[in-house]
Ligand binder design. Structure first.
Ligand SMILES: CNc1ncnc2c1ncn2[C@@H]1O[C@H](COP(=O)(O)O)[C@@H](O)[C@H]1O
Ligand SMILES: [Zn+2]
Length: 347
């Protein structure tokens, strides 16, 4: 039976809306891109971390650093993007992907160069997967640095309006804070917004984010009152019903969710609130979108038909045009029709 679920979770056309580029790189890709001296202690430490299938939070953040060192040239950023797109399509059957990444300057590469390399890889993709880009602001950065990044983002959005669709706030949730002016400016310039929200308990910031009302929320771990959120914030949330990007493995490995079963997704399932299932950092957390769907079946008692419905509902939360939404819905309906007998009427 489990094997059937496994096949089903792969085969179902899926939509991935929360994937950080540098956290999504496979170990093979990282090893290939990393041109460090293999004889150094540092290389050995990295190799040890990469060989582990389970990582602590500290080790996870080490992997972000490794990834950043591996993607420090235009060519490496281009190849990394290409590799992540291929991986999502070939190994996960993702048909629509919103990749997100933080514009980063390195020696010999400006933030604009970085974004252009990502966009080039997206535009040259000829697989049957539609890819759009969300650009991230790192909450650890100063207001000045964040403003600089926002200006780059707006400039790049004007240059590549068909690829760049949104803006995100991410980074270590213990540092920095949500700056409403920045995101209002992004919104005024036509960008959709997805904000990492309530990854740790922080009712004041959560209230500011909810009042702003992003188009989607990342995680929302400590939002529901049963999970430590305040009742007043929950009341605001219930009025707005903003779709939440749920990343189960990421939350369990980081220890913000106690277990797969005690994940806050259960409240969204129970009350039919809007959510989608995402990977966050498939490389860092050794996961895949297929596995995330399997976890929801295993720990939240859903049936294959429910998974199809989740994928179908997710179409409404994407940042792309209505024309793309219609195309994706047709694809999912066709898939449903061709699998109906074997998968939905088995009893
Ligand atoms: C585990 N939960 C998380 N919470 C917050 N931010 C996260 C994250 N996972 C990833 N990032 C953000 O994404 C960056 C890596 O991808 P990019 O260099 O942008 O492609 C990390 O440095 C962090 O800022
Ligand atoms: Zn994230």
């Amino acid at each position: 039976m489990m094997e059937d679920v496994d096949d089903f979770c792969f085969d179902l056309p899926k939509i991935e809306l929360h994937a950080h580029l540098n956290g999504s790189l496979s170990d093979q890709c990282l090893k290939k891109l990393n041109c460090m001296d293999e004889s150094t202690k540092e290389y050995k430490r990295i190799a040890d971390v990469l060989d582990k299938t389970e990582r602590t939070l500290t080790e996870c953040f080490e992997v972000f650093n490794i990834a950043h060192r591996a993607t420090n040239t235009v060519d490496a950023v281009y190849k990394a993007t290409q590799s992540v797109i291929r991986d999502f399509y070939l190994n996960d059957h993702v048909v629509y992907l919103e990749l997100r990444t933080t514009p980063r300057a390195e020696e010999g590469m400006s933030k604009e160069d970085y974004v252009s390399a990502v966009v080039r890889a997206i535009k040259e993709n000829n697989l049957e997967i539609i890819v759009k880009l969300i650009l991230s602001i790192d909450r650890r950065h100063s207001t000045e640095e964040s403003l600089d990044t926002l200006n780059v983002i707006l400039k790049m959005k004007t240059k590549y309006p068909d690829v760049i669709v949104g803006i995100d706030l991410s980074g270590n949730p213990h540092e920095g804070k949500f700056n409403v002016d920045l995101f209002q400016k992004a919104r005024d310039n036509g960008l959709k917004t997805s904000i990492h929200c309530a990854e740790i308990k922080n009712d004041e910031e959560v209230e500011n984010i909810l009042t702003f009302g992003p188009d989607r929320l990342g995680h929302a771990t400590f939002l529901h009152p049963s999970f430590g959120g305040s009742q007043s914030n929950w009341d605001i949330y219930c009025k707005k019903k903003i779709p939440v990007e749920c990343c189960l493995t990421s939350n369990v490995i980081c220890g913000t969710s106690k277990s797969f079963q005690e994940h806050h997704i259960r409240e969204w399932i129970k009350s039919s609130l809007p959510f989608c299932i995402c990977t966050d950092d498939k490389g860092v957390f050794c996961t895949s979108l297929k596995k995330e769907y399997e976890m929801v079946v295993e720990h939240h008692g859903l049936e294959p038909k429910d998974l199809w419905q989740i994928s179908y509902n997710t179409v409404d939360y994407i940042f792309a045009s209505d024309e793309i939404k219609t195309r994706l819905k047709v694809k999912l309906m066709n898939w449903y029709n061709s699998h109906e007998d074997e998968l939905f009427n088995s009893d």
